[in-house]
Design a binder for this molecule. Sequence first.
Ligand SMILES: [Mn+2]
Length: 340
Amino acid sequence: MEDQIFQLKKLLEDAENILVTSHISPDPDAVCSSLLIYLAIKTNYPDKKIKLVLEEKPSNDLSFLQGYEQIEFVDVAETLRQDNPDLVIVADAGKLNRCSRNPAELHEAKLVIIDHHEPDDKDDADVYVNNGTPAATQEVYNLLFEKLGWTKPEGYQDIALLGILADTFRFRYRNPLHRETFRIVSDLLDAGASIEVLESKLNRYTKPQLEILGHLAANAVVTDQGFSYSWLYDEYVKDWLGKGNSVMDLKNGCEIFVNQFVRNLNNNLWGFIVYPDLAAGEGSYSVSFRSASGVRNVQNIAKLLGGGGHVPAAGAKFQAANMQEAINKVLKAIENTPDS
Ligand SMILES: [Mn+2]
């Protein structure tokens, strides 16, 4: 660790042109961790040329965060080619290629990765920091302000707390580093950040999202085998999109149901939803699984369907003739996966 900090300091001091980025489909932790790095470098190394580039906008409106307007939402691979930075810092992803839909290359840049995902599929970086924190934002905060002792930029408390709240689902899941998390959170609350205000900004829903949620709720099946499931019919989704609704709202509506309800129906602690993946063409379906901790390894079920993810949250995309066959394929995969 000491060595890593020394290395990181040296890379930053040597760099003249820095690019900070994070993964595609950025969630609040991706935005907050990269924004915190960007603003911290600007504050502590004001003479460096630095850019914060994300390829896509987040699905939440995070424009209230300090410095958000400085994020450039452009092609990361293209920016690397054009700018040829000498240092690239990736936050909340283990690989540069998670940051662009196009093949991204470093060209002559050194690479720093600050991540918290499983380290099994990562780039060979000059500095790689990953202590398995529940949010990348926590790792960034600990590294820059506690270990390196940098001056905090204006607005840091909201950025840091929002990233941590979002990726921990407000401290819901088991967290081996809970002492570090709560120590940092206490400091952020002392500095004026509010859990209630930030969560209220994070949890905004649209009426189209509620329509999707309502449809999933109406279709829900609570089995007597410990799990629940639901689906969206192809025709329903086609009609609904035909009214001018967005795929983003479809995904967000589905997320509300899988994150907040599919594990919470009667006594069942895990489940899934299936919906047509119309962007991938006729006959393409997405399945999304969630399980309460330690109840069912849904990653293994998703793997059997050609997907993956985490032990309690996983998904897959697969082909089927229609929704009924799609659901049957998932039920078969459940039956064929050992319960461990
Ligand atoms: Mn994250």
